[in-house]
Ligand binder design. Structure first.
Ligand code: 5AD
Length: 395
């Protein structure tokens, strides 16, 4: 079966006849059912294996990145998001000079990467070029952008100004669910991801786990997509219902399930950068468990309080009340207490030939299946899926 796995990865690039297409579909189905099983089974073995792979590849390092949430102005109206266009929240847009100063400050206190994140708006389409140039000229930071869907031209301008990486999560690979939640097209989102990869950005995707109506099958497809597209970064977090949104009364995504999604992604995609997302840390707390599933990155928020309190994508965000320097010191101690090494390096992904590792996953699933036959039952599956079902009427 192993040689099959390599083939699926060239899915979207290889021109093939119908027979091979059938063959690839068969392989994709096999992978999906493998991942679905892994999602239902107990997590311990997955976590152990994910940590082993992470520690070997990154030599026990956890990369610290700083994030500046520079504007909460957003033209999108995503049902899950607390800064959606129709949310009643005071809007802000930081001045360009302020953003540059904060990035410099982030380097001064020991970070090697700055993430510039905002709602999707066109305020900065031109001016971000200068911001990026200034940061690149005055610091040695890697610059990651996370500003939503843009034209190829805008992505290109930002890249030419010096941006290194871009985060744009697919959120879910179920096109109907994506449409219902965002009122936008998943095809367009993937066209943006393709543009970013073509422009040579280190490109990040990821998903939200436990969205209303999301099936295990959808989550399995997310993971297959992560491998198929060979993304460099994966942001994987639980759904957290936010007041003032249509999904405010829905159940939150399951933490254990989210951690399994991270562990499986680590096992399959090996050397990708995977943060312990703020959403996961919000649900788990800033405790050692956040690194238990194989994450190798953590982001510290350097946005001034007056702004970050308004960047409420979801409630209870762990970072809001901490002051950047003391948070950083505490996080370094926490990392060390897990036997890991905090690192302020840039931590870029080295792109080489990529061969996803489904073999290890298959071995673990086989082992677990032998241990606990009953756990893959339909009842268990439904129990997990029910977690995500109770808001269907709202969508
Ligand atoms: N719960 C969890 N994650 C969310 N995001 C936005 N709203 C929520 C929510 N309610 C995530 C999205 C987005 C990232 C910046 O935050 O995945 O890409």
């Amino acid at each position: 079966m192993y040689s099959y796995y390599i083939i699926i990865i060239s899915f979207h690039t290889v021109n093939c006849n119908t027979n091979t297409t059938d063959f690839k579909l068969h392989v994709a189905k096999h992978l999906m059912s493998l991942i679905e099983k892994a999602l239902i089974l107990p997590g311990e073995l997955l976590f152990e294996e994910a940590k082993k792979i992470r520690d070997k590849i990154f030599n026990k390092k956890i990369y610290l990145r700083a994030i500046i949430e520079f504007s909460n102005v957003c033209v999108n109206d995503c049902a899950y998001c607390g800064i959606r266009r129709s949310a009643d929240v005071k809007r802000y847009a930081m001045k360009e000079e302020e953003i540059v100063k904060l990035a410099q400050y982030a380097e001064d206190i020991g970070y090697g990467t700055i993430v510039l994140q905002s709602g999707q708006n066109s305020i900065y389409d031109e001016s971000l070029c200068e911001v990026i140039r200034e940061i690149k000229e005055t610091t040695s930071l890697a610059v990651t952008l996370s500003c939503g869907e843009k034209s190829f031209e805008t992505y290109k301008k930002w890249k030419e100004s010096g941006a290194d990486r871009y985060l744009l999560k697919q959120e879910t690979s179920n096109p109907e669910l994506f449409r219902k939640l965002t009122n936008r097209s998943l095809e367009k989102r993937f066209a943006c991801l393709k543009a970013l990869l073509d422009l040579n950005y280190e490109t990040g995707s990821g998903n939200i786990v436990g969205l209303p109506e999301q099936k295990l099958e959808d989550i399995a497809k997310d993971i297959v997509t992560f491998a198929e597209w060979n993304f460099d970064m994966l942001g994987i977090g639980p759904f957290i219902p936010c007041y003032g949104t249509p999904l405010e009364n829905c159940r939150a995504g399951d933490v254990e399930l989210t951690m399994k999604v991270i562990a499986i992604s680590r096992i399959v995609c090996k050397d990708v950068n995977i943060p312990a997302t703020t959403a996961l840390r919000t649900k788990v707390g800033e405790v050692s468990n956040i690194f238990d599933c194989g994450a190798n990155v953590v982001m510290g928020n350097v946005t001034p309080y007056e702004y970050k309190k308004l960047y409420r994508i979801y409630p209870g965000k762990v970072c809001v009340f901490y002051e950047p320097e003391s948070w950083l010191e505490n996080m370094k101690e926490l990392i060390k207490s897990c036997g890991l090494k905090p690192s302020g390096e840039r931590g870029s992904r080295k792109k080489g030939r990529f061969k996803p590792n489904f073999k290890t996953l298959e071995k673990i699933v086989e082992k677990l299946n032998n241990l606990s036959e009953d756990l893959t039952s339909w009842e268990k599956r439904l129990e997990i899926e029910n977690i995500t079902k109770d808001c269907s009427k709202l969508l």
